[in-house]
Design a protein around this ligand. Structure first.
Ligand SMILES: C[S@@+](CC[C@H](N)C(=O)[O-])C[C@H]1O[C@@H](n2cnc3c(N)ncnc32)[C@H](O)[C@@H]1O
Length: 346
């Protein structure tokens, strides 16, 4: 894929490297159309139309319900980003993009792209959130909001990229029987652990609209015998147990420190002694220069829940307060921006 932000050709790349080109202009002026055209192309079915077989702008316009001149501009912008290729008057997916954008690919992330289309409005709230210091609550969306299936299927697509590696990295107690996946949504991390450990069954706890989608995903994969969903608020619902292991993945960045301790305490009471709690999330290292992606995520979570990402030291403190031992890091190469920790129930 062409790294268009770094320059389309040698001359542009050299100008950027030598700081002769106003990169900040590129960031604002090109950042917005890149995000909007791509997420809209996914939402309108443009990417799906060209993924099936190369198509003309007129054919794509007909499939997406837009007008041919605009369809051509959209398709050319996608070519500019290196995602499509044009041969004659037909547009198709670029070879490198197939891995992510072809619905047949096991690494397809199209539904996640579609969900990012909603983020446009969310980022529009940034000024207000920064002024008032209070984010909005994405998980408070109405139960029947159409965004839930897109959200949870998008998260499933991302989880598919790393779930096997995560399951391999986690050390569960011998012959585990019962796993609790808190805020597990699609349930795919639990499913990967069940595939690895014979005799293991998982309970995924999530809000009703997420659980409904997760249940469907698990059924489509023929795994309903091993992975069940329980609908409810993780702070109120019965977490069952005693379980041999629990997952809290991609959830604590939505919570205040008090809520994290409360949640870990509830999970601790649903585990047997010696059981393990695994936490997968972004963590910041106050001693290091943050990666650009980590600082964007931090802003994003502040925007969408008013919370923050925590440091490893804070995580250790939260776990200790809730009755867990010191967390140990497990390396997972397929998720470089995140870290996986495990702590034992004392
Ligand atoms: C970012 S997704 C993470 C899903 C999954 N754990 C993963 O790592 O891919 C956050 C999940 O938290 C769930 N969630 C948020 N607040 C919750 C609550 N109060 N009780 C239960 N689940 C909640 C959402 O519905 C969503 O499925």
């Amino acid at each position: 894929m062409r790294t268009w932000l770094r320059g389309d050709d040698l001359l542009e790349r050299a100008a950027i490297r030598l700081n002769l080109a106003p990169l900040p202009v590129g960031l604002t002026f090109f950042g917005m159309p890149a995000a909007r055209t791509l997420s809209l192309a996914q939402k309108l079915g443009v990417l799906g139309a060209v993924a099936r077989s190369p198509a003309t702008a007129e054919e794509v316009a007909g499939a997406a319900g837009i007008r041919p001149p605009g369809a051509r501009m959209l398709l050319e912008a996608l070519c500019g980003m290196g995602l499509l290729r044009r041969r004659g008057d037909r547009f198709g997916l670029a070879r490198r993009a197939r891995r992510w954008l072809s619905p047949e690919s096991p690494r397809y992330i199209g539904t996640f792209l579609e969900h990012t289309h909603d983020y446009w409005e969310w980022w529009g709230e940034l000024e207000r959130v920064l002024r008032e210091g209070r984010g909005f609550q994405i998980h408070a969306a109405a139960r029947d909001a159409p965004s839930w299936p897109v959200y949870i299927r998008g998260q499933y697509e991302l989880a598919r990229l790393s779930a096997d590696d995560v399951a391999r990295a986690l050390k569960l107690p011998p012959r585990p029987r019962s796993l609790l996946d808190v805020a597990g949504g699609h349930g795919w991390f639990a499913a990967a652990l069940c595939a690895r450990h014979e005799g293991l069954r998982a309970t995924v706890v999530d809000l009703a609209p997420s659980a409904a989608v997760g249940r469907q995903i698990i059924a489509e994969n023929g795994l309903s015998e091993r992975v069940g969903h329980v609908e409810g608020d993780m702070f109120a619902v019965d977490l069952g147990g005693p379980h041999d292991a629990a997952l809290c993945f991609d959830i604590i960045h939505h919570l205040s420190p008090e809520q994290v301790v409360l949640l870990f305490g509830r999970v601790r009471r649903a585990l047997r002694p010696g059981a393990t709690l695994a936490v997968l999330d972004m963590f910041r290292d106050p001693g290091r220069r943050p990666r650009a992606s980590a600082s964007f995520f931090r802003l994003f979570f502040h925007l969408t829940s008013g919370a923050d990402i925590y440091s490893r030291e804070q995580l250790a403190e939260f776990l200790a307060q809730a009755g867990f031992g010191a967390p140990r890091r497990r390396r997972v190469r397929s998720i470089p921006d995140q870290a996986l920790y495990q702590a034992e129930a004392i």
